[in-house]
Design a protein around this ligand. Structure first.
Ligand code: FES
Length: 142
């Protein structure tokens, strides 16, 4: 029999599904790659126009992103957007990861309501900032 928490979680998800895609509901309720990475090679922190701040840490090996983690003080859709951008970035070549756009995140999430589309932009911009930070550090040590 489902526990009362599982029942409550299902009720929340059912409510969310009236507004968001299944992917957004899943990642919003069970975010992936949430948390800081120790000894990261790249770090980006961006505050969006909504006032929410997102941080992304990257572990890089050769020309690939080996690991990515994030934190955000934003909403459910920012949790889903940051989860998705880090999922896409992990294993990607840096040059490809730099091109991950707001639209890529939106497409992978199955879309977001108009008023939440900026959360996907914040995620894409924070990833870019983390990659730039890595590239700048690399340039300064060469
Ligand atoms: Fe600010 Fe989603 S990131 S509302």
């Amino acid at each position: 029999m489902a526990s009362s928490w599982e029942h409550f979680e299902e009720l929340i998800k059912a409510k969310m599904r009236t507004v968001y895609s299944e992917m957004v509901v899943e990642l919003g309720m069970n975010p992936k790659n949430l948390g800081e990475i120790d000894n990261a090679d790249g770090f980006g922190r961006v505050t969006g126009p909504c006032g929410d701040t997102m941080s992304i840490w990257l572990k890089i090996g050769g020309d690939r992103i080996l690991d990515a983690g994030f934190t955000t003080d934003g909403c459910t859709t920012s949790l889903a957007s940051a989860s998705m951008v880090t999922l896409i970035a992990k294993g990607s070549r840096l040059e490809d990861a730099q091109k991950i756009s707001q639209q890529d995140v939106l497409d992978a999430l199955g879309g977001l309501p108009d008023e939440s589309r900026h959360c996907a932009l914040l995620a894409a911009n924070t990833l870019k900032a983390a990659i730039e930070d890595y590239l700048e550090q690399k340039e300064n040590t060469e």
